[in-house]
Design a protein around this ligand. Structure first.
Ligand code: PMP
Length: 932
C-alpha cells in the first residue's frame, strides 16, 4: 500500500545544511553511494538527523520518495515524504497555519493515492495529537507515536542490558508528562522499575492524576529530578531542556524529544549515555530505497516506522491518535514491526551509533556506581550484625553462616526447607544458571569485539566465520547455537589429545580435590618434578634439564637466553617463514617481516636465512660466532612447510662443527603431531635445546617447557649467583604439571602418535588423489602425520584485476591496508567457509601463507572421520573450482565483449551512424551474469 509521511524542517541548522548543498552535490554523492565522502561532508553538521528537510517555502513539497519497500514476509509498501514550510518555532507559535499546511500535505498524499499518512514530529502534536487532522482527512492518519513509545522502551531495556542495570532497583525519571509519549512510557514502565519520578512543565490536573495513578512523585523542575536518578526518559516537545552538565555520572538518558531534549555539549562526556530514543532500525533491504532511509545509519524515527508498518499491513485505519495511547496497540505495532524485520537494539547517540568506547567507559562508571552501592549496603549490614566488634570478621562470619545455611538447604527465613522447596529451589537455580549462560554466550561476540579485538571480529564476520564455541569434547566443538563441528584446527596443535580428554580432566579434578598449592615458586613442587622426569624420558637423547614456563614464546625466550649464556656468543640464526612466538626475543627470530617491522628495533645479531638452504647455513655459521640456530622441524604457521630430506641432520652436523647450538622448536610439531612423539626423532637429530608447549598439558592448562643438555644448563645457571637468573612465577604450576603428566601417559598409552601417522597417511593419500582429479586447483599438498597443508592455486589474474576494479571508489583500499592479501586469500577462505557452513568442519587458513588451508585435527581422529573430511573437502574443492572458472569465464568474456564493443564504437565514430551507441559491459552486468 502507498503511504505518506509529513515532516517539517527540524531546525534552522538543517536549512543551513541544505543551502550548503550547493548545486545538489550532496544529493549526487548520495546517489553515487560514496559513503566516505558523504560522511566527511556532512558529519559535523548532520548529527542527530537534523539535516533533513528545509526546502519547502510556500506550501508542502514532496521531499523524498520511498521506492518499493519489501520485507522478509513479502509485504510491500511505497511512500512519499511531504515537507511543510514551518520550523518547530513557527508550529508552536502559530499552530493554526501549521495545521493548514499539514492538511494540504495530507490532501496531496490522498491525491497521489496514499492509503495512510503519518504525521512526523510536531505536526502530530498540534491539533489534538493528530485527532483534528484525522477528523478532517480523506485518508486514515497516524501520529506514529505508538511505535515511538515501543522503541523508546526497547532502547531503555537494551541500554540497561548492556550496562547490567537492574531496572527494578532503579529510580527512573520520565520527563514530559502529561505528553502522550511520556505518559504511555510511564504507564508501561512503572511496574518494572523501583521508583518513578515524573517531570511536567507546569502543574495540571492531568499530570497530577497520572502521577498519583502510577504512584510517582511529580516534580516541575528537571535538575531536581536529575539529581535523584540516573535513568531518564525524556519526551518533551520543547526540546533543549537538559544540559549534559546536569547529568550525574553514569546517567543514561533516552531522549525522545523532538527537537532533542539534551543539548549537545562542546565536549562529549564519556561517563553519561544519551541515546536518541524512539529510533528504529529498518530492515537491511530498505537501505538505499530513499534518501531518508540511507541517512541515519538505517535508523528512522518510530513514527515513520509505524506508518511504514501500517502500510505494509494494508491497514487503512487511523492509529495512535489523541493523548492517551493504547498500551495494547503499542504492543501490537511493536510486534508487527518485529515481524517485518525492524529492530530496536541499534542505539544512536548524537547522530552516531553508540561507540564501543562509550559502552566500555559507561560500563566502568556504572559498575563502579554499583559496587559502591553494594559496599554501602554491606557496610551497614555489617555494623548492625557485629555491634561494634571487628567489622571484617563480623562480615565474614555472617557471610559464612549464610553460605552454610544455603549449602544445608536452609532458606533465608531460617526454617528448614522441605523436600519440595529444595527441589523447586534447585530447579529455579538451574534455570537461572542456564539463562545466565545463554545470555553470556549471546553477548560474547559484542564483548569480544568491544574489549578484545574489533578487527578480528569484523573480518571474520564478513565470511560468517565468527563462532562462539562453548563446549568441546574430543574432536567435536559446539557453538552457542548447539551446532557441532569437527575440529580440524585443534587450537593450532594445542589439543592433540582431543578436547577435554577424560584422563586429563580426571587428573586435574583429583589435583583440585587434593588441595595442592597452585603455585609455589622457589619451593619443591612434586608435580613439576614428576612431569620433568617423564618429559625427559620421552625426549630426544641428551635433553636432561627442564625449565617450565607458560607458553611457546616463553619457551623460545628461555632457549635463546640459555644459548647465549652457555656459549658466550650472541648471534642467532633463524629461517625465513619461521614462527617462534611474538614476545620480543622470539619475534626477533620469527621470519615474518610484517610481524617484526612495527616493533623495530628488535634483538640485535639475529640472522634470517632461507629454510632448507644448507649452503647459506654453512656460510652463516662459518665464522663460529653464532650462539644458536633455531629451527622448526616443519614450519607450521609458515604454511605447513617440510624441509628437504636430510636438511635437519645436516644442519645438526654443521652446528656441531661450528660450536653452534641447535634449537629444535617443537612447540607445534611435538607431542605426537607428526607421527612420532617429537619430529626430531624422524629427522634423526638430537638437538641441544628443544622447546615444547601447546599440547604438553593436553590442551587444558597453559604450559611450556624448554629442555636442554645438562652441561649447557650447568654452564648457564649452575652456580649460586646464577641459578635464579631465569624464572617464571607460574611456570611449573601444579595443575599444569598434573595435566602434563596425564597427557603424556595418555599419548603413550593410546598410541596417538602412531594414529597420527596412520590418519595422516590416509588423509594425504586422499588429498593427493583429489589433486590428480583437479590438478589446476592445487599448488601443493604436503604434510607429515597430522600436520598437513593444502596450498591452493591463486585466483586467475583477470579475476584479481576484476575484484580490484569493483572497488571503483577505492574505498576498500582506503579503509583497509592488506586488501590485496584478502583477495589473495580468497581460495582458501572460500574453502574454510564452505567446509564450516555446509559440512561443519572447522579449519583455518595459515596466517603467513594465505593460500594454505591447515589440516590439523586432534590425533584421536578415527578413520571414518578422516574419510568424512576427505569426502566433504572433495566436494568443496569441486565447488571452489567451478566458482573460480565461472568467475574467470564471465570476466574474460565480458572483457573481450568490452573490447569488441569498444572496437565497434571506434568504427562507428569513424563512420557516423544514427542508431544508439553500443552498451559496454559494466561491473553490474558481470554480476548479473554471474548470478544467473
Ligand atoms: N613456536 C612454534 C613453532 C609455534 O608454532 C608457536 C605457536 N604457533 C610458538 C612457538 C609460540 O607459541 P605461543 O603462541 O604459545 O606463544
Amino acid at each position: 500500500m502507498k503511504f505518506a509521511f509529513v515532516v517539517h524542517p527540524l531546525s534552522e541548522e538543517s536549512k543551513a545544511l541544505w543551502q550548503m548543498d550547493d548545486g545538489g552535490q550532496l544529493l549526487s554523492h548520495w546517489e553515487n553511494g560514496n559513503l566516505l565522502e558523504i560522511c566527511d561532508y556532512v558529519q559535523s553538521s548532520v548529527a542527530e538527523g537534523i539535516a533533513f528537510g528545509g526546502r519547502a517555502t510556500k506550501g508542502p513539497i514532496v521531499l523524498d520518495h520511498f521506492s518499493k519497500l519489501e520485507t522478509v514476509t513479502g509485504h510491500v509498501a511505497e511512500g512519499r515524504v511531504y515537507e511543510i514550510p514551518c520550523s518547530p518555532k513557527n508550529i508552536l507559535e502559530d499552530p493554526a497555519t501549521a495545521i493548514e499546511h499539514t492538511q494540504a500535505a495530507v490532501q496531496m498524499a490522498a491525491d497521489w493515492g496514499a492509503g495512510i499518512v503519518g504525521l512526523g514530529s510536531l505536526t502530530s502534536v498540534v491539533g489534538g495529537h493528530g485527532q483534528y487532522v484525522a477528523d478532517n482527512s480523506p485518508i486514515p492518519v497516524t501520529t506514529g507515536n505508538s511505535l515511538t513509545v515501543y522503541a523508546a522502551l526497547k532502547n531503555l531495556h537494551h541500554a540497561c542490558g548492556e550496562l547490567d542495570i537492574d531496572l527494578s532497583q532503579e529510580t527512573v525519571t520520565v520527563i514530559g508528562i502529561p505528553g502522550s509519549i511520556a505518559t504511555a512510557v510511564a504507564r508501561m514502565l512503572r511496574a518494572k522499575v523501583g521508583k518513578m519520578l515524573m517531570v511536567a512543565r507546569r502543574p495540571s490536573q492531568r499530570a497530577s492524576r497520572i502521577a498519583s495513578d502510577l504512584d510517582s512523585e511529580l516534580l516541575f523542575d528537571i535538575p531536581t529530578a536529575l539529581a535523584q536518578s540516573r535513568l531518564i526518559l525524556s519526551a518533551t516537545s520543547s526540546g533543549n531542556c537538559i544540559a549534559q552538565e546536569m547529568l550525574q555520572t553514569g546517567s543514561v538518558v533516552i531522549d525522545v524529544g523532538v527537537p532533542a531534549d539534551v543539548t549537545r555539549a562542546t565536549r562529549r562526556r564519556d561517563n553519561v549515555l544519551v541515546v536518541s530514543g524512539g529510533l528504529v532500525d529498518v530492515p537491511r533491504s530498505f537501505l538505499g530505497k530513499s534518501m531518508l532511509l540511507s541517512f541515519h545509519f538505517g535508523l528512522v524515527p518510530g513514527c515513520l516506522a509505524e506508518t511504514i508498518n501500517l502500510a505494509l499491513e494494508d491497514r487503512t485505519e487511523s492509529f495512535s491518535l489523541g493523548r492517551d495511547l493504547s498500551v495494547e496497540r503499542i504492543g501490537e505495532i511493536g510486534a508487527i514491526a518485529t515481524k517485518h524485520g525492524f529492530s530496536f537494539s541499534q542505539l544512536s547517540s548524537f547522530g552516531r551509533p553508540v561507540a564501543d568506547s562509550l559502552w566500555a567507559s559507561m560500563n566502568k562508571v556504572v559498575g563502579r556506581h554499583y559496587s559502591e552501592a553494594l559496599d554501602d549496603e554491606l557496610a551497614s549490614y555489617d555494623t548492625v550484625e557485629t555491634d561494634g566488634k571487628d567489622r571484617s570478621n563480623g562480615l565474614t562470619e555472617r557471610v559464612a553462616k549464610e553460605v552454610r545455611q544455603e549449602t544445608n538447604g536452609q532458606i533465608s527465613n531460617g526454617h528448614a526447607a522441605t523436600a519440595t522447596e529444595k527441589k523447586s529451589n534447585q530447579k529455579r537455580n538451574t534455570r537461572q544458571q542456564n539463562e545466565d549462560k545463554q545470555r553470556k554466550n549471546r553477548r560474547a561476540r559484542t564483548l569480544f569485539q568491544r574489549y578484545i579485538n574489533p578487527v578480528l571480529v569484523n573480518l571474520a564476520e564478513q565470511g560468517g566465520l565468527n563462532k562462539t564455541f562453548v563446549r568441546a569434547q574430543d574432536t567435536v566443538v559446539t557453538d552457542a547455537e548447539e551446532n557441532h563441528y569437527l575440529d580440524f584446527v585443534s587450537g593450532f596443535g594445542s589439543v592433540n589429545l582431543g578436547h577435554n580428554h577424560p584422563r586429563v580432566v580426571q587428573a586435574v579434578r583429583e589435583a583440585l580435590d587434593d588441595g595442592a598449592p597452585g603455585f609455589s615458586p622457589a619451593a619443591i613442587n612434586p608435580h613439576a618434578a614428576a612431569l620433568a622426569e617423564r618429559l625427559v624420558s620421552i625426549a630426544p637423547a641428551g635433553l636432561e634439564m627442564v625449565f617450565f614456563c607458560n607458553s611457546g614464546t616463553e619457551s623460545v625466550e628461555s632457549a635463546l637466553k640459555l644459548a647465549r649464556v652457555a656459549t658466550g656468543r650472541s648471534g642467532i640464526v633463524y629461517c625465513h617463514g619461521s614462527y617462534h612466538g611474538k614476545s620480543l626475543g622470539a619475534l626477533s627470530v620469527t621470519g615474518n617481516r610484517s610481524y617484526q617491522k612495527p616493533f623495530h628495533p628488535l634483538l640485535p645479531d639475529c640472522h634470517p636465512i632461507p629454510y632448507g638452504d644448507l649452503e647459506v647455513l654453512e656460510r652463516t655459521l662459518a665464522a663460529r660466532n653464532m650462539a644458536a640456530f633455531i629451527v622448526e622441524p616443519i614450519q607450521g604457521e609458515g604454511g605447513m612447510i617440510l624441509p628437504p630430506a636430510g636438511y635437519l641432520s645436516e644442519a645438526e652436523r654443521l652446528c656441531r662443527q661450528t660450536g653452534t647450538l641447535l634449537i629444535a622448536d617443537e612447540v607445534q610439531t611435538g607431542m605426537g603431531r607428526t607421527g612420532t612423539l617429537f619430529a626430531s626423532e624422524q629427522a634423526a637429530i638430537e638437538p641441544d635445546i628443544m622447546t615444547v608447549a601447546k599440547s604438553l598439558s593436553g590442551g587444558l592448562v597453559p604450559i611450556g617447557a624448554m629442555l636442554a643438555r645438562r652441561d649447557l644448563w650447568m654452564k648457564a645457571y649452575g652456580t649460586v649467583e646464577r641459578f635464579a637468573l631465569h624464572t617464571s612465577t607460574f611456570g611449573g604450576g601444579s595443575l599444569a604439571c598434573v595435566a602434563g603428566l596425564a597427557a603424556i601417559e595418555t599419548l603413550v598409552d593410546e598410541r596417538l602418535a602412531e594414529n597420527a601417522a596412520n590418519r595422516g597417511f590416509q588423509i594425504l593419500e586422499g588429498l593427493n588423489k583429489l589433486r590428480r582429479e583437479l590438478p589446476e586447483y592445487f599448488q601443493d599438498i604436503r604434510g607429515q602425520g597430522l600436520m598437513i597443508g593444502v596450498e591452493l592455486s591463486p585466483l586467475a589474474e583477470s579475476v584479481v584485476a576484476h575484484l580490484k576494479r569493483t572497488d571503483s571508489t577505492e574505498m576498500l583500499q582506503y579503509m583497509m591496508q592488506g586488501v590485496d592479501a584478502m583477495i589473495a586469500s580468497f581460495p582458501a577462505v572460500f574453502q574454510m567457509q564452505i567446509l564450516l557452513e555446509h559440512y561443519h568442519i572447522y579449519t583455518q587458513v595459515a596466517r603467513s601463507n594465505p593460500l594454505v588451508l591447515r589440516i590439523q585435527p586432534p590425533l584421536t581422529i578415527d578413520s571414518s572421520k578422516a574419510d568424512h573430511f576427505l569426502h566433504s573437502f572433495s566436494r568443496t574443492c569441486r565447488l571452489g573450482q567451478k566458482v573460480e572458472n565461472i568467475f574467470d569465464e564471465v570476466i574474460t568474456r565480458s572483457i573481450s565483449g568490452q573490447h569488441a564493443a569498444n572496437r565497434t564504437a571506434e568504427m562507428r565514430q569513424e563512420t557516423p551512424q544514427t542508431s544508439s551507441p553500443p552498451v559496454t559491459a559494466s561491473g553490474m552486468e558481470i554480476d548479473e551474469q554471474f548470478s544467473q
